[in-house]
Write a protein that binds this ligand. Structure first.
Ligand SMILES: [Fe+2]
Ligand SMILES: [Fe+2]
Length: 165
């Protein structure tokens, strides 16, 4: 199935008009990037990967999974996930929220619950859509984290002088 950019807007529309999705813009993901900004980046990159590689994916599922992959709805910096590390717990929390709030299908649930692989060893992507979102998430998270370090280095540079590490 060929992908057109108008499809992206069309498939995103019902989610972006939802208050719970909007609330993702109040949580910080990495540095100054909000969870919603991160989710939108992952969505765009996922579509770009699938389109460039001519993967025959279901774009409706891919976009829903990418947008909701971090739909855990809390600030992970100061949230206790019942004794489990956020990295392990949040795919399942996001999946539960997506199922409860949007009744997403099993394919979308699979994309969300496996996006942290290989950290979550047993929750491995088993569809093209899940693999694409898993890769796009790593790409975007790395870029967002690099930007944080880049800003820190620039700040140190502005302060001048020599810094011992
Ligand atoms: Fe995540
Ligand atoms: Fe993510």
């Amino acid at each position: 199935m060929a992908f057109e950019k108008t499809q992206l807007q069309q498939y995103l529309k019902p989610y972006l008009s939802d208050d719970r999705v909007s609330s993702m813009d109040t949580f910080i993901q990495h540095g100054t990037t909000t969870t919603l900004q991160h989710a939108l980046s992952v969505t765009r990159v996922s579509c770009a990967i699938a389109s460039r590689l001519h993967l025959n994916v279901n774009y409706r599922d891919l976009i829903a999974g990418a947008l909701l992959h971090d739909f855990y709805l809390y600030d992970w910096h100061n949230h206790k996930t019942q004794g489990t590390l956020h990295g392990f717990a949040h795919p399942h929390i996001a999946c539960r929220n997506a199922r409860l709030h949007f009744r997403v299908n099993p394919q979308v649930q699979h994309i969300i619950s496996t996006h942290m692989w290989p950290l979550t060893l047993r929750s491995m992507p088993r569809s093209k859509e899940a693999f694409v979102v898993c890769a796009a998430d790593k790409y975007c998270s790395t870029l967002e984290t690099v930007v944080v370090y880049w800003r820190m280095i620039k700040t140190l540079g502005k302060k001048g002088g020599h810094h011992q590490i």
